[in-house]
Design a binder for this molecule. Structure first.
Ligand SMILES: *Cc1c(COP(=O)(O)O)cnc(C)c1O
Length: 348
């Protein structure tokens, strides 16, 4: 099936908004096309009084150079949140289509599905939080999802999905397979970026919110085939990335060596924290992690969660998630922060 046939009919036939700067790519002497202010009232290293580049071209060039994701195939969103919402709006007819999620996984997929009135079906992960491939295939057959979400490394379980399994599901699925690599920098697994080039129904997501230290800049990245790229560009808000955000993101991407060093520190800290947690009398089990957080089974998640909160330490209580009874999700912090957590835990 062609990609356009998978899309909502109104999107496939959309007549999109085009601004004057879509029609004019060079550098002009005078811009009197967008009713902007000729004057700036704050200090900023750039044209803060002008609308930003709808294509985020400079940022995407840096993303190609530093992250190795091809310029022509990337689109930048206001966080991965925008990318997820765009995928539902492009592919899923409200009240009619469905998406398939693994469970437990990142909560935002389900929220954006609900906002768009899209039904969600869940294929539970195994007890060890592995993807149950035969079950996923069966559910694809039975529910014909427009979107299948694979989160790797998965939030909140922390483990990565092997590349071969992602490839197997994406090949089997005649709808769109979305691979969310938000925590990829912390993992050793091969990226699905190669798969996006082989299979036009695969969409890769990355973000600068985690390893890159830019959660507040709101930069999410999608890598996808041409027809999906075109639809995303047409459906997104024309000026979705502000100049302050892209300016800061360019600085971080120019500083990749420091980011990689930070990631290595976090991975070492993760294993140190694991060792400390495993020795704690309150901890039952620490799950393997390819990310910057640990899923930790404790004796009584609700009471430990509240007691830590009283001591000013906030972790994520995931004990109501599928197969996560008594589990807390703990982000790996700095050495000092992790030590504070351990001290508070031992004082309970
Ligand atoms: C944190 C996270 C993201 C990032 O979302 P942004 O909107 O880019 O900040 C995406 N996917 C998963 C699974 C996450 O945990």
């Amino acid at each position: 099936m062609s990609i356009e046939k998978l899309m909502r009919a109104n999107i496939a036939s959309l007549d999109p908004y085009r601004c004057a700067r879509d029609e004019f790519e060079g550098v002009a002497e005078v811009y009197l096309d967008a009713n902007e202010s000729w004057r700036r009232y704050i200090d900023f290293p750039g044209d803060i009084n002008r609308y930003p580049d709808p294509r985020s071209a400079l940022l995407r060039k840096a993303i190609e150079e530093v992250l190795g994701l091809d310029y022509d195939m990337t689109i930048v969103g206001n966080g991965s949140d925008e990318i997820i919402d765009l995928l539902f709006r492009i592919f899923c007819d409200p009240g009619k289509d469905s998406a398939l999620l693994m469970g437990p996984t990142y909560g935002a997929y389900k929220v954006f599905a609900s906002i768009n009135d899209i039904k969600v079906n869940i294929a539970p992960l195994t007890k060890d939080f592995e993807v149950d491939v035969p079950l996923v295939k069966k559910m694809i057959d039975e529910t014909s999802p427009k979107l299948v979400f694979l989160c790797t490394p998965n939030n909140p379980t922390g483990n990565a999905i092997p590349y071969e399994i992602i490839k197997e599901i994406a090949t089997y699925n005649s709808g769109i397979t979305v691979v969310d690599e938000a925590y990829w920098d912390f993992s050793t697994e091969k990226s699905a970026s190669a798969l996006v080039k082989e299979n036009e129904r695969v969409v890769l997501m990355r973000t600068l919110s985690k390893a890159w230290g830019l959660a507040s800049a709101r930069i999410g990245i999608a890598m996808c085939s041409k027809p999906i790229h075109e639809a995303m560009y047409n459906v997104k808000y024309p000026y979705n990335i502000g100049l302050p955000s892209s300016t800061e993101a360019l600085k971080a991407l120019a500083n990749a060596a420091a980011v990689r060093e930070g990631v290595e520190y976090t991975k070492l800290e993760r294993e140190r924290l694991r060792g400390l947690l495993e020795k704690s009398s309150k901890v039952v089990k620490v799950y393997p992690s390819d990310s910057n957080f640990l899923l930790v089974k404790v004796l009584d998640a609700n009471s430990i969660y509240l007691a830590l909160q009283k001591k000013g330490i906030v972790v994520r209580n995931r004990s109501r998630e599928l197969n996560c009874e008594n589990c807390l999700r703990i982000t790996v912090g700095s050495k000092e922060e992790n030590d504070k957590l351990m001290k508070a835990l031992e004082e309970l």
